[in-house]
Design a protein around this ligand. Structure first.
Ligand code: FES
Ligand code: FES
Length: 217
């Protein structure tokens, strides 16, 4: 049976052990503060590269990417397609929306290596300044932007939304009405709700989309 002094010893040992481990933990920070290189914790920090090949705006592109690279960073930083914007980088604003295999997607939420073989369309692939896509022309006509930061994502989303409506893919609105989706203002607003515009160009965006959908405003 252990005596009280054994317990005393154990407690002291524990305290000595705890301070030693705190000192060890603090060593890299102290070393860095003194200008010495800190030991890097091995392989977990080393990038793991992988080849990925996809079609961007009709052109086959092949990249060697860190597995952690998002599709957004692959487009912007590796392919210099900076039309696609980084807003929140957390799937909350829609500024990074691109069209992948015909469906809109927040490119900040998807790893590039998951898109092997996919067809990706960015704002640069929808139209050119001399030959605008119908949605781009409608945004210009209806003042569907102010600062323009959200606009590439809004336009990519808007193009996809009209395709979704045409394909009869239901939203909360059409499901609630128990009806086939139509490009009504309410339907369009609901479907575009993931694209935030800090300038508040929402009604102009809906007007632009309504015109492209061929409905009376
Ligand atoms: S940057 Fe992707 S959703 Fe905001
Ligand atoms: S136009 Fe400025 S954020 Fe939408």
């Amino acid at each position: 049976m252990p005596s009280p002094s054994d317990f005393e010893l154990s407690r002291r040992d524990l305290l000595v052990g705890a301070s030693a481990s705190a000192a060890v933990t603090a060593m890299p920070a102290m070393a860095m503060a003194q200008g010495a290189p800190a030991a890097v914790s091995g392989d977990s920090e080393a990038p793991v590269l992988s080849k990925v090949s996809f079609e961007v705006n009709g052109e086959r592109r092949e990249l060697d990417l860190d597995l952690r690279t998002t599709l957004l960073d692959a487009l912007r930083e590796h392919l210099q397609l900076t039309g696609t914007k980084k807003g929140c980088d957390h799937g909350q604003c829609g500024a990074c929306t691109v069209i992948v295999e015909g469906r809109r997607m927040n490119s900040c939420l998807s790893l590039a290596v998951m898109h092997e073989g996919d067809a990706i369309t960015t704002i640069e692939g929808l139209g050119t300044p001399d030959d605008l896509h119908a949605m781009q022309a409608a945004f210009v006509k209806h003042d569907g932007y102010q600062c323009g930061y959200c606009t590439p994502g809004q336009i990519c989303s808007a193009v996809s939304v009209l395709e979704e409506v045409k394909a009869g893919i239901p939203s909360h609105v059409s499901a609630d009405l128990n009806a086939a989706p139509e490009a009504t203002g309410e339907e369009l607003r609901e479907r575009m709700s993931g694209n935030i515009c800090r300038c508040g160009a929402y009604s102009n965006i809906v007007e632009a989309m309504t015109e492209v959908a061929g409905r009376p405003a």
